[in-house]
Design a protein around this ligand. Sequence first.
Ligand SMILES: *Cc1c(COP(=O)(O)O)cnc(C)c1O
Ligand code: SF4
Length: 336
Amino acid sequence: MVPRSSEACQTSGWKQDLLEAYRDADRLIADLGLTRREIPELDCDPPEPPLLVPRGFARLMKPGDPHDPLLRQVLPLAPERLRIAGFGPDPLDERSADRGNGLLIKYDGRALLLLTSACAIHCRYCFRRRFPDSARGALRPRLTRALAAIAADRRITEVILSGGDPLMMGDRGLAGLIAGLDAVAHLKRLRIHSRLPVVLPARVTRALCDLLGAARVKVIVVTHANHPAELGAAAEAALSRLRRAGCQVLNQSVLLRGINDSAEVLRALSERLFDCGTLPYYLHQLDPVQGASHFQVSDACALELVQALRSRLPGYLVPRLVRESPGADSKIPLAG
Ligand SMILES: *Cc1c(COP(=O)(O)O)cnc(C)c1O
Ligand code: SF4
């Protein structure tokens, strides 16, 4: 038998975690000691996407609590079927920023590259349910063309890998892509927007850290946690591995009704992020995507929450409250 290196074991570790993730709501709630009777609004045959929850993430939920803030982020509920004016399928109108091949250029100097529509978890409030057509089709030729477009535009100094979740791509694919980006002299930074260090911490393998640490471009990993309970010991260790590899680690959150719309929860989230070597970057007002209206928090309430945070935390632990607006040249800070 061929002995397997520890790296090979680690890699198969996160892929195995994905295979074993919950895909059935009844199974998930049963394992949490809950029944359908306690969650009357549960929708077992939801509109896209289907339920998907890694087991490690589910283990951070409180058994017996139908209102658990982690459970509420992933459980399909009947209000997703509501059709509310102002909530549409493509709220950001990204079509106008689409340069083809999954490359979106909306803001000066930064190009967003959509790698894959796949995620390790399906967050019910997610706006990227409509994956642009230009990002479909065979990955390798598409990335080759996107890379050529980046190389041809000297104004681009930062590439942001997004999706879906870009870390769903394996280490070998990422290594090829990063080598290609490294070879573009005008690129200074590579940003990776990924929820995996939080929801599937085993994805942060030694091979991945070595790869990011060895890149010529500076690497910034922007994770996504909305509630302090998401940051268990495994996520903390993954975030610290990324830091030790030399990555700058930031976090973005979405403000979600019933989940983190409380000054106490947001304060605890910032504190917990700092414990994990991660700084809060953005707190997003929800994008008005169809099916997510029940998560919406009013602007007035959002502003009040951030004001409360400012009075309780050092400035560097207060995230910037922003909203995405079609056509604007940056994310828009909310002002009172
Ligand atoms: C959010 C976003 C960026 C990055 O914006 P920052 O304010 O630099 O974080 C870039 N491109 C697109 C299309 C985005 O949505
Ligand atoms: S991980 Fe990110 S992209 Fe994937 S469903 Fe959640 S919010 Fe959306």
